[in-house]
Design a protein. Structure first.
Length: 89
């Protein structure tokens, strides 16, 4: 099974649990980034809140950067539970 394959999530109950946990974190990071970008955009309507808006954009960008890290961590987790044989096939 290929790396980053959604089929990997259904290999066992343990795989399904791991996949679900990482999807929860991935979706949370996505939601946090979106909310921060919306708040940052609203803050930019007011000159006195531009600095706070800039921070919202920065933190939102960090959350967007976390997302691929979570996907990589999930694949590494699958590897660590013994999925090495088909990691690259």
């Amino acid at each position: 099974m290929k790396l980053f394959s959604t089929e990997r999530a259904n290999q066992s109950p343990r795989h399904r649990r791991i996949y679900a946990i990482y999807e929860l974190f991935h979706t949370s990071a996505d939601l946090a980034a979106a909310v921060l970008f919306i708040i940052g955009s609203a803050l930019f309507f007011f000159d006195s809140l531009t600095y706070a808006g800039t921070w919202c954009f920065l933190v939102g960008s960090i959350f967007f950067a976390v997302k691929p890290g979570l996907r990589f961590a999930r694949e590494l987790h699958f590897y660590l539970i013994g999925d090495l044989a088909d990691l690259t096939t």
